[in-house]
Design a protein around this ligand. Structure first.
Ligand code: NAD
Ligand code: LMR
Length: 338
């Protein structure tokens, strides 16, 4: 592409920029995989003061990629500098859990980061900023961030459940020995936690050239309702048990999938999973950050409507909603006391 066709840069802040997810993420953003091959970028890289030397090394590496879409890099430990005039905000920076912890065990430590950064986002970012929260517990951190940035439209806040979505696709594909890109219209409901509901009741898969409902192709409802759901719910913990570090490469890939679809739209008649601020759809408490099946057109995220819920799926959704309400109340308590 000639440089005259390149669009003016957008400003993207990545928090936790010296961490392991950011290390896998930055190259994919800089090479145009996410925002388009014609979209130049200025990166704002935020981390805490002790990580500034490490961040300098990362800046050197970004320079050394010599990618033409990169028009600037701003490493910083200042929230004001980080959030100033940003178009996209990727909130990765937070403590990851260790083996044996649930993600909500991070709540009291991490939620305070999101109060502070929400306040800074409100003050310094463009009002049109698109927000993705990755740091755990992702849904509740996103809730707090939005709470402290009231002038930014509610539709601009999302949290990452695309990793769970991709994990669910991969499990179905492996079971049926097909390519994951033939698995369509599965969904993740609720919290990015072990109560999430990976739902394949409306999903299809292409087997021997024929698009087939997943239940029909798998021919084992018991496996879907038990083993499959449990593997997806606990996949993050399984990765931690094996790596002694939480997932990073797959998380970075999921961040790219999420932002690319938001920026460029989803395919016709297909949906993906995103944590969004609930508008009350499917009787979920309005205002909770809840993962739904969504479609995106012209940068607008719409929750897929009219899906049928049977008794089992209602129970699963109710359980994950209950956990999110509890997390929200704990987070509001933790942030109002300081
Ligand atoms: N939603 C998901 O699907 C998903 C997937 C994987 C990981 N995660 C979560 O993402 C987060 C980051 O994971 P990681 O593996 O990159 O962790 P990491 O420990 O490698 O990196 C985190 C970085 O955040 C920085 N940080 C801490 N406090 C900060 C602050 N106030 N401002 C800016 N930066 C700050 C740290 O210094 C560190 O460099 C964790 O909370 C992890 O649990 C979420
Ligand atoms: O499980 C974790 O704590 C990390 C991340 O949220 C994941 O799903 O891999």
């Amino acid at each position: 592409m000639s440089s005259s066709n390149i669009k003016d840069p957008i400003r993207i802040v990545i928090t936790g920029a010296a961490g392991q997810i950011a290390y896998s993420l930055i190259h994919q953003i800089c090479n145009g995989d996410v925002f388009g091959k014609d979209q130049s970028v200025i990166l704002h890289l935020l981390d805490i003061t002790p990580m500034m030397t490490m961040l300098q090394g990362l800046v050197m590496e970004i320079e050394d990629t010599s990618l033409p879409l990169v028009k600037g890099v701003v490493p910083t430990d200042s929230e004001e500098t980080a959030f100033k005039d940003v178009d996209v905000a990727l909130f990765v920076g937070a403590m990851p859990r260790k083996e044996g912890m649930e993600r909500k065990d991070l709540l009291s430590a991490n939620v305070k980061i999101f109060k502070s950064q929400g306040t800074a986002l409100e003050k310094f970012a463009k009002k049109s900023v698109k927000v993705l929260v990755v740091g755990n517990p992702a849904n509740t951190n996103c809730y707090i961030l939005a709470h402290y940035a009231p002038s930014i439209p509610r539709e601009s806040f999302t949290c990452l459940t695309r990793l769970d979505h991709n994990r669910a696709k991969a499990q179905i594909a492996t079971r049926l020995k097909v390519s994951p890109d033939t698995v369509k219209n599965i969904m993740i409901w609720g919290n990015h936690s072990s109560t999430q509901f990976p739902d394949v009741r409306s999903g299809t898969v292409t087997v021997n050239g024929k698009e087939t409902p997943i239940y029909e192709a798998v021919k084992d409802d018991n496996w879907i309702k038990n083993e499959f759901v449990s593997i997806v719910q606990k996949r993050g913990a399984a990765v931690i048990a094996a790596r002694k570090l939480s997932s990073a490469m797959s998380a970075a890939k999921a961040i790219c999938d999420h932002m690319r679809d938001w920026w460029q739209g989803t395919k016709d008649n297909e949906w993906v999973s995103m944590g969004v601020i609930s508008d009350g759809s499917y009787d979920i408490e309005k205002g909770l950050v809840f993962s739904y099946p969504v479609q995106i057109k012209d940068n607008k995220i719409s929750i897929v409507q009219g899906l049928k819920l049977d008794e089992w799926s209602r129970e699963m959704i109710e359980k994950t909603q209950k956990e999110l309400v509890e997390e929200k109340n704990d987070a509001l308590k933790a942030t109002s006391s300081d």
